[in-house]
Design a protein around this ligand. Structure first.
Ligand code: PHE
Length: 363
């Protein structure tokens, strides 16, 4: 029973709830909100009359008015969500894309130089009888380090090089793989020799400047058989770099080096000429390092369950950005990841021109 000086609010309730329900768009709904609950709105206006009422009447009317206010506000929110969904649905229906349409010539995409370079590497090694293997970007300590004969106190494990994931309940910690070498391990754990694989993929190191990116790409190679020796390693890599750079007489030099997972180890340099401030690959008096390699360490074979008295082989790893920059004259590493369409149009490759040894690597 409404008190004597209180008003019956049911009419008002019906009026505003109807208005909310009938609002056909987000704008009309906002209009309704302003007229009902805005500073000068009808319900807000009634709120202001509370001050002049007797305490008794104020208590009763104020309570009912607040209920009405909350009810209208809630109705507006619900209606808003519905209208928003409807607007989104309409937009989704309006903006459908027909993916079967041919690309407009002025918007045609390009193959990124990294993808192109990987395709070229796969084409060359594919011709030599290698297949492609892949592994996870997030690795465990065993595959990224231990199995590769990298002892617990090896500097490569220290925090400044490796991205560690948060420690897990059992105390172990996953890492973002620092090289593609863990894919060697995964391959040897699964397959029986003879093995001949390359493993292209993303790798990660805590390093960022003009010539280092925290994410970059490598390609790993692994050959395991009974009589595979250093001569095979040299022949394979000489053939590869000459095919990749398209220079038949490209000088190649093997320099003794050290990696925990290979013995002996060698870094590979290609000939170049830096005179005149310009870099030219080929015969010259300078050398440029492009990859690491070596005979797989017997400990690594044994860690993967391969009998090191029966089997042996070689492995190599190289940075894909680096050889792409050298081959295609891309001066700045960071531009690879900027997704700048003008850059991509300049350095990118035409889709469908897949590199092959028969059709040619780059056209
Ligand atoms: N994993 C080494 C690196 O990242 C490269 C390498 C691979 C060297 C295989 C030798 C054999 O530097």
């Amino acid at each position: 029973m409404p008190s004597d000086n209180g008003q019956d609010l049911t009419g008002l309730q019906r009026k505003w709830l109807d208005a909310v329900a009938q609002a056909s768009g987000v704008e009309t709904l906002e209009q309704v909100r302003v007229e009902a609950l805005g500073k000068k709105g009808e319900i807000s206006g009634l709120m202001k009359t509370l001050g002049s009422m007797s305490p008794e009447a104020r208590k009763d009317f104020g309570a009912r008015l607040n209920l009405l206010k909350d009810e209208v506000a809630a109705a507006i929110e619900t209606r808003k969500a519905t209208l928003g969904d409807a607007a989104l649905d309409a937009r989704l229906a309006r903006e459908t894309l027909d993916l079967t349409l041919p690309a407009r010539p002025e918007q045609e995409g390009r193959i990124h130089p990294i993808s192109q370079t990987i395709d070229e590497i796969v084409a060359i090694f594919g011709e030599m009888g290698f297949s492609v293997a892949e592994g996870p970007d997030i690795e465990d300590d065993f595959h990224n380090f231990t199995a590769l004969n990298i002892p617990a106190d090896h500097p490569a494990r220290q925090m400044q090089d490796t991205f560690y994931l948060p420690q897990r309940a059992d105390g172990s910690q996953m890492v973002l793989r620092t090289h593609t070498s863990p894919v060697q391990i995964r391959t040897m754990q699964k397959a029986k020799p003879p093995i001949r694989v390359i493993c292209p993929g993303r790798t990660y190191r805590v390093d960022s400047d003009m010539t280092h990116s925290p994410m970059f790409h490598q390609v790993e190679g692994l050959v395991i058989d009974e009589t595979t020796h250093m001569g095979h390693l040299k022949g394979c890599l000489i053939d590869f770099v000459r095919a990749f750079f398209g220079i038949d007489d490209l000088p190649v030099r093997f320099r003794p080096s050290y990696f925990p997972f290979t013995e002996p180890s060698a870094e590979v340099d290609i000939g170049c000429d830096r005179s005149g401030g310009e870099l030219k690959l080929g015969k010259g008096k300078d050398w440029m390092e492009i990859l690491g390699s070596g005979m797989v360490h017997p400990n690594v074979l044994e860690n993967c369950g391969i009998d090191s008295t029966k089997y042996q082989g070689f492995a190599f790893g190289m940075g894909i950005e680096r050889i792409a920059m050298l081959k295609y004259g891309i001066p700045d590493l960071r531009t690879f990841y900027e997704s700048d369409l003008r850059w991509l149009r300049h350095y990118g490759f035409v889709p469908l021109d897949m590199p092959s040894m028969v059709g040619g690597l780059t056209r």
